[in-house]
Design a binder for this molecule. Structure first.
Ligand SMILES: C[S@@+](CC[C@H](N)C(=O)[O-])C[C@H]1O[C@@H](n2cnc3c(N)ncnc32)[C@H](O)[C@@H]1O
Length: 236
């Protein structure tokens, strides 16, 4: 990460992919520590909203090391995990090791998805959309590859609704998270980017507005932990 600033990361997809390549080996452990284990609960709630059914074709965009994809494939859905960081996908491949039935890992950019129109019954993104440079483009692409009547589920950091709690959370992001990152992460400056990207990201209403602008219908959300994480869903 030497020489890479937060501003560079915000602008440059190749730099974001390279950053995820470097954090990949330690990503899941660091994630668990920095979310004090809550990541598992957030993932279970996301899975409930997706409600994968056997035989459904599901795209997990920005799949990273495949934590969310594996859970979907275990429900006998036919899952495509797509990400533009080869390092993250490599970790995913090592984890999967051919053990999880219908899971394919594919390199690809969320703003130029390598799939035909109306391929998937459901599309989902967990903690990835925030890192995408052109979010409206990604939301439009996700809609293009979803079948009519299909569903989108996004799990993403968001904004605590109650003001005092929001201030406390900001303190956690700016002080506690970087300190924890120094202890557990392979590349702690990358976690400075993480904190910045969480704070700069759209709140619940803004993301709903962007979903509607991209043509998604019935956009709705539910908050977890008072809005630290929000689960958004919408229909094609
Ligand atoms: C914080 S990780 C989340 C990974 C995984 N979804 C999870 O829940 O653990 C964000 C991922 O988004 C990927 N990503 C960011 N922008 C992307 C884009 N435009 N296209 C594909 N993947 C992207 C990164 O490579 C990284 O693996």
């Amino acid at each position: 990460m030497a020489g890479v600033t937060t501003a560079d990361l915000a602008k440059e997809p190749r730099t974001v992919a390279a950053m995820f390549d470097t954090v990949a080996p330690n990503y899941d452990f660091a994630d668990a520590v920095m979310t004090v284990g809550l990541i598992g609960w957030w993932r279970r709630r996301t899975l409930k909203v997706i409600r994968p059914a056997p035989g459904e074709r599901i795209l997990d965009l920005a799949a990273g090391t495949c934590s969310s994809s594996i859970a979907l494939a275990k429900r006998d859905a036919s899952v495509v995990a797509c990400d533009f960081s080869e390092g993250m996908l490599r970790q995913g491949r090592q984890r999967v090791g051919g053990r999880v039935g219908q899971l394919s890992l594919i390199g690809g950019d969320g703003t130029r998805l390598p799939f035909a129109d109306e391929t998937f019954d459901k599309v989902t993104v967990s903690f990835g959309l925030r890192n995408v440079q052109d979010v409206p483009k990604a939301l439009t692409e996700l809609r293009r590859v979803t079948k009519p009547g299909g569903k989108l589920v996004i799990c993403e950091f968001s904004r605590p609704v109650w003001r005092p709690y929001r201030a406390l959370y900001r303190w956690y992001l700016s002080r506690v998270m970087p300190a924890l990152a120094k202890l557990v992460a392979s590349n702690s400056p990358a976690y400075g980017y993480l904190a910045d990207s969480i704070w700069a990201w759209a709140d619940q209403q803004e993301l709903e507005r962007q979903l509607e602008q991209a043509g998604w219908a019935s956009a709705t959300h539910s908050n977890m932990m008072g809005g630290i994480v929000a689960l958004h869903s919408a229909a094609r």
